[in-house]
Design a protein around this ligand. Structure first.
Ligand code: ASP
Length: 445
């Protein structure tokens, strides 16, 4: 039988009402055999995510304050669901085991991971599926680096003997058995790994929105939904700020050519967004008649551009290497390095600069001896993404005309040779206006 891996995020598993919805979704398709779950998320505005509460348990413990009550609040959430849904799994035994371990001052990773652990136990009981811990399947080396090959093998070895299983997301273990988590939102990665390792027919990622939108709805009114997007396009959009799926969750599924389908637990009839290879995306778009040239627009604010000028720089060897050396010394991941004949600009996020701009400029000054340095602060980057863009003449002209007509001054342009996207830098204050103008030119026109 074909296999679908279905991952349910925090809001989809926040309480008994949501769990009944996911049960119906899972039971409606027997191919949904491997279920990956997050810890319970917020049930309403102002509510706490279980994972946040568990990190708080660790902080409380570090401050040598009593943490038991706080942990009890966590347990109460599971107990309420257990009672509501008439489940039989012995949660008390699991709480007791964790409480014992808490006495030994375990790591934050261990404590945080219990959110997913307890939820997977509960949901396995609800569905009548096996509970299979992620601890033995998701593997990291002794330095905490993720081990792909070993993980793939372990997932296959373990899951092939379970016809239906629920697996906690977010964590795995180190060689010594200690728990290690992915970054926040990492249950998406677990789901992708399971789907990739098993060569699933589809990796369904169930959340509280019906997939990706072509632009941020806080900026563009009622943006169109993206029905089909390629892995590469999505990577660009996620990197630039579109968040629905953890950006590291794309790779494992993509490697195994498993389509990712973003779905809405609260609107299961909506087909959501399909994330597939470029060839498949073109095929699907043709079939469904989706004709937009661009796939989506995303961006983020607060970047700084440092432009270095030096006469006949083009003949000086090693200039860029030295720039990179300085960035390396400051542990900075730069965004782009647009260059001209006698100029190179370094685009960095303010987060990366982390208050060290003056120091970095001094370093550029003394180690590169440029003729001048210009610093432009408060820059926003906007990426307009789409495989079709390069195939159509006039795409760039259309984009720049739209921005000019909206009165937006373009401070920087960067277009990779993949021609998958065009990135423009504008003043922070023009961010919304620029996105609205681009959307208007390509989608509404
Ligand atoms: N529960 C974890 C978090 O809140 C992981 C996840 O939900 O994906 O970050």
């Amino acid at each position: 039988m074909a296999v679908k891996v279905s991952k349910f995020g925090g809001s989809s598993v926040a309480d008994g009402i949501q769990l009944n919805k996911i049960k119906e979704i899972i039971k409606s398709d027997p191919e949904r055999r491997y279920i990956v779950v997050s810890a319970p998320g917020k049930r309403f505005d102002g509510d706490n995510k279980i994972t946040d509460l568990l990190y708080l348990v660790k902080t409380t413990m570090e401050n040598v304050l009593p943490y038991e009550q706080l942990f009890q609040v966590v347990c109460d959430r599971y107990t309420a669901v257990h009672a509501n849904l008439g489940l039989t799994v012995d949660m008390q035994a699991a709480y007791d085991e964790i409480l014992e371990k808490l006495k030994t001052n375990p790591s934050a990773d261990y404590i945080a991971s219990r959110g997913e652990y307890l939820n997977a136990m509960l949901i396995a009981d609800l569905l009548g599926f096996d509970f299979v811990d992620a601890e033995g399947m998701i593997k990291f080396d002794e330095n905490g680096r993720f081990l792909m090959e070993e993980t793939n093998q372990a997932i296959r070895d373990e899951l092939l003997s379970h016809e239906y299983a629920v697996i906690p997301g977010f964590y795995g273990s180190l060689p010594n058995g200690d728990i290690k988590t992915f970054p926040r939102g990492g249950s998406d990665i677990t789901g992708s790994l399971v789907a990739g390792a098993l060569g699933a027919e589809c990796y369904e990622n169930w959340t509280d929105v019906s997939g990706f939108l072509m632009a941020d709805p806080r900026i563009v009114k009622n943006p169109k939904q993206i029905r089909t997007v390629s892995y590469k396009e999505l990577r660009e959009l996620s990197y630039m700020g579109a968040s629905v799926l953890h950006e590291d969750a794309i790779y494992p599924a993509r490697l195994a050519d498993v389509p990712i389908n973003i779905r809405n637990t609260n609107d299961p009839d909506d087909p959501g967004t399909m994330i597939v290879s470029q060839e498949k995306a073109i095929e699907l778009k043709e079939k469904s008649g989706e004709s937009d040239i661009i796939t989506g627009i995303a961006g983020s604010k607060d970047f700084t551009v440092v432009a270095l000028y030096k006469n006949i720089m083009s003949q000086e060897r090693g200039f860029v290497r030295r720039i990179l050396g300085i960035l390396d010394d400051y542990n900075i991941n730069f965004e782009h390095l647009p260059s001209g004949i006698d100029t190179v600009s370094v685009v960095m996020s303010n987060k990366q600069i982390n208050g060290r701009l003056d120091e970095i400029i001094n370093e550029f000054q003394s180690r590169l001896r440029p003729d001048s340095i210009d610093v432009i602060e408060g820059i926003a980057q906007i990426a307009t993404v789409g495989h079709q863009m390069s195939a159509r003449r006039g795409t760039a002209a259309k984009l720049f005309t739209a921005l000019a007509e909206a009165g937006v001054n373009i401070r920087m342009i960067d277009q990779g040779s993949s021609e998958l996207n065009i990135i423009v830098g504008v003043d922070n204050k023009d961010f919304n206006k620029a996105i609205q103008a681009i959307y208007g030119a390509f989608v509404e026109a």
